[in-house]
Design a protein around this ligand. Sequence first.
Ligand code: G6P
Length: 609
Amino acid sequence: MCGIVGAVAQRNVVPILLEGLRRLEYRGYDSAGLVVVHEGGLERVRSVGRVQGLAEAAAGHGVHGHTGIAHTRWATHGAPTEANAHPHISGELAVVHNGIIENHEALRHRLMDLGYRFTSETDTEVIAHLIHFHLRSEADLLRATQKAVAELAGAYAIGVALASAPNRLVCARQGSPLLVGLGIEENFIASDVSALLPVTQRVIYLEEGDVAELGLLAVRVYDREGRPAAREVHLSELSAEMAELGAYRHFMQKEIHEQPRAVADTLAGVLGAQSIAPEVFGFEAAEVFARTEQVLLLACGTSYHAACTAAHWLEAHAGLPARAEVASEYRYRASVPRPDTLVVTISQSGETADTLAALKQAQALGLADTLGICNVAESALIRASRLRFLTRAGPEIGVASTKAFTTQLAALFVLTLALAKARGRLNPEEEARHIQALRALPQQIADALKLEPAIAAWAERFADKHHALFLGRGVHYPIALEGALKLKEISYIHAEAYPAGELKHGPLALVDKDMPVVAIAPNDALLEKLKSNLEEVRARGGELYVFMDHEAHIAEQDNLHMMRVTPHAGVLSPVVHVVPLQILAYHAALVRGTDVDKPRNLAKSVTVE
Ligand code: G6P
């Protein structure tokens, strides 16, 4: 979603702003813009479409300056037009914004009564005029911004530049991510650290309600009450190269292939010892796990499918009642909190607005035992959770999540083992066996990746289809859901997933020769049931594509394509079986020629509701 970059330097900041925006492209956007302060005025360029278009427009206008702010916009209020693109200007000040201002209508009317004219449909323009209004009485950009943000309801990360204040930027955040990057006699702001990696790895993560002022030599941070606040400086572990494509055609393909490494890194800190230590989830974990009587898993999108898989594992192996719920539903639903619940939130970014709000809702209901499983160390989710586990997937750029998912599953299986152990349901032999299976997981994923050419050939057959059905049973049903989500996200083929037993209760009506049916059929206790479901499809002329393990036996028949993914992976089978589904979606999208890494209308980090 919207991305922000800003810079104060002694050199031309336009290349820094544009490179930062390019590095934020993965968040998803539909227009872009920038403003620089130059010779006492503001120079603005905006364009609909890709950052490359903005770069060309900026070069065409010879835009140049030592202080500037830039933005990629993912439309919420108002269509993706140039007039709605940020920065928004009021008099001599410019604002970029990520988030949603909930009281924008009331503020808009008040500002119109004060004589302000609006040129866009955005909620952001309200912020620009509001700061401008306060600047009249305050004559200081920091104070005026502090007064303005105190009047805003909703979520915002903002950057503000003033024509008469070269070498100065003010920024603020509440509910949306923003960090400050520290350079040598130059400083920066950005939505996430990847934007700044070419210029600095030293960052300050602003806290909720913070307002900061950046000059060439100093950065001052103030808390919500306006008091100077000391914020820690972090050295990012990421490097500029980590977020680069290398030999791959798309980030999604690169990230699919990184999964053996990502899963191994995620498990490295866990499997060093011969047994699972609860402390890998935080120093209070043993205490929390001892009192846990049920688990509530909250997440969105792909992370929700990891939650669904984990709910199966937790009930089956830890004997704990476990429920996965979509975060945007939980946050607004009247639910019955039980104090012995462990609330697990799962998120790649740790900034997804609904997941954060669901966590807050659980906490407001008195559920204090919270665990965040997340891929970003300094994210809001990690900071707000009592226990935490960092997946070590590395930056995920492709909008469609892949390596984040398999690393989440690895983490959630470790959680299952830790809780099973805390409840006396895991004897040392079983524990050793599971640890062995986890150690073997990266290699099994690597073996599944070797199927790419064969899966690419299958994908050709999907390219002219309009619909596809994914079937799974038990713990593989969430994997079917994930396979369907991947396909629809990036190839735009409508795909649905069903627990195979539900076929007769509706979806069978859709099956014909134009509806490919993908099934996940490992050799587990449900295989025989699943085979009957597959027969039901074949009997209606449906074309079946079945991913199975080496031990599964299904008789060869017409309209039945089979691919063996792995030797039976036991409990971890879902982690291996999702890999061919990711590859299938990727290649179907390639054949259809879609923008794989930046699918239309979607955003990587959904930082607004
Ligand atoms: C967006 C992304 C998905 C992701 C979901 C949740 O929809 O496109 O890939 O699964 O958000 O994001 P999170 O960062 O919380 O895992």
